[in-house]
Write a protein that binds this ligand. Structure first.
Ligand code: FCB
Length: 440
């Protein structure tokens, strides 16, 4: 058994839209994901998150399962439209109560809540005014964050402003694969990114004002990038992809500027930056959360203009998502980011794998491959820790199988199996393995 230092945090993660269901209950308003999933043809299996894991009604059972997994911590997100159904105005007490009860139950179970304020489910009413493309969204986000941190800040100390700004801005505003489904190219993604980063930076001091002993940060999806060959064109493409996905976020957050090479590449697609914006964006972080799923092996190509890249799939093991199993990539990204940016503390805020699970006649789910995947990644995290990375904890994605965005329910990431027909949960073998790690 791998051994981690005392105090190392073991957890599992989820996101509101992926598990809660109850899209219009207790005054909740529609988010862009409620709207998007009801458009024909956008979700692979034609499903939506209207019921999902029915966590809105089954959360006591889910907290009991977390306890059975011996988790120290649980990372979840707040649905903005439960708090402000139309994105503005006073808090809806029923929405706040739901999260308040959840937080109380977690604390009672000895599980520390790690809250993400924004995991992609923007109020539709705000999207109708331009969503993340509109600079004024920064003010709306701040008001929302203020309401939530005031209400829960006496009990919740760990806060992340955003989950994966690359994904919701590029997939949502440039490529149209995620909500709100706009295909505006790099210009759209970069404007949305700038406003999200600004909202992040402006909100950090507010969180600290509302929450005593706050631990506040942001969660990024980071990929260790390698060129597909030594050919200078592939090396340059790899550098561009690293600039697009990693450095475009890390540089402003830690070094108060966007990367020069990328500014040049983006040219007129670069965002409008006002004086003072970058100083606000690089407000000190208490932690950086890293979501890691795979490394990127990249050649020159025509994808994602002006990045002009092509992903390569080297021989190896792949998950159901078509993502390469590349545990060394986790070490490389943790060590690389720690050496270049010196965050005070880091967490793996998501890591996990989709595999095709089957319930065997004995009623169990023997997901050896997932357990093996986790073991290999935990080992790399342990090595990073030994090599000086300030890694404080590890959250597995995901606590339970759930609505995997544009893939619908076909891809199962849970360490707990969800039988969607009956909402029965079954702890998978990977969950038992996680429970052992957490207990030790
Ligand atoms: C990440 C998301 C998370 C989940 C995993 C598989 O990009 O943050 O919600 O969908 O991918």
């Amino acid at each position: 058994m791998l051994s981690f230092p005392k105090g190392f945090v073991w957890g599992a993660a989820t996101a509101a839209y992926q598990i809660e269901g109850a899209p219009a209950e207790d005054g909740k308003g529609p988010s862009i994901w409620d709207t998007f999933t009801h458009r024909p043809g956008v979700i692979a299996d034609g499903t939506n998150g209207d019921v999902a894991c029915d966590h809105y009604h089954r959360w006591p059972e889910d907290v009991a399962l977390m306890r059975a997994l011996n988790l120290d911590a649980y990372r979840f997100s707040i649905a903005w439209t439960r708090i402000q159904p139309n994105g503005r105005g006073p808090a809806n007490p029923a929405g706040l109560d739901f999260y308040s009860r959840l937080v109380d139950a977690l604390l009672e179970a000895g599980i520390t809540p790690y809250v993400t304020l924004y995991h992609w489910d923007l109020p539709q009413a705000l999207e109708d005014e331009g969503g993340w493309l509109r600079r004024g969204i920064v003010d709306d986000y701040q008001v929302y964050a203020d309401l939530v941190t005031r209400a829960l800040g006496d009990r919740v100390k760990h806060w992340a402003t955003f989950n994966e700004p690359w994904v919701f801005t590029w997939s949502g505003y440039a490529l149209g694969e995620d909500a709100p489904g706009l295909k505006l190219g790099a210009r759209g993604a970069l404007a949305a990114t700038h406003h999200a980063l600004l909202a992040h930076g402006i909100t950090l001091p507010l969180i600290r004002a509302n929450v005593s002993d706050a631990v506040a940060g942001i969660v990024l999806d980071l990929n260790h990038v390698e060129p597909a060959s030594d050919h200078p064109e592939d090396v340059a493409a790899a550098r561009r992809w690293d600039g697009c996905q990693n450095r475009w976020y890390l540089d402003p957050l830690f070094k108060c500027h966007y990367p020069e090479d990328m500014l040049k590449l983006y040219g007129s697609a670069a965002p409008d930056v006002l004086p003072g914006d970058l100083d606000q964006i690089c407000a000190p972080l208490d932690f950086l959360g890293v979501n890691f799923y795979r490394r990127s092996v990249v050649a020159a190509g025509t994808d994602l203009p002006p990045i002009d890249m092509q992903r390569h799939s080297p021989a190896g093991e792949y998950t159901e998502m078509g993502w390469e199993v590349s545990p060394n990539g986790l070490y490389d990204i943790l060590k690389g980011v720690s050496d270049s940016y010196h965050p005070q503390a880091m967490y793996v805020t998501e890591n996990g794998a989709a595999f095709a699970d089957v319930v065997t006649p004995d009623g169990a789910v023997h997901d050896e491959r997932r357990a093996h995947y986790l073991r290999k990644h935990f080992a790399q995290a342990r090595q990073a820790l030994s090599d000086g990375v300030p890694l404080k904890g590890y959250f597995v994605w995901s606590l339970l199988d759930n609505f995997e965005w544009a893939c619908g329910f076909e891809k199962r990431f849970g360490v707990i199996y969800t039988d969607y027909a009956t909402q029965r949960r079954i702890i998978k073998d990977s969950g038992h393995y996680l429970a052992q790690m957490a207990a030790s």
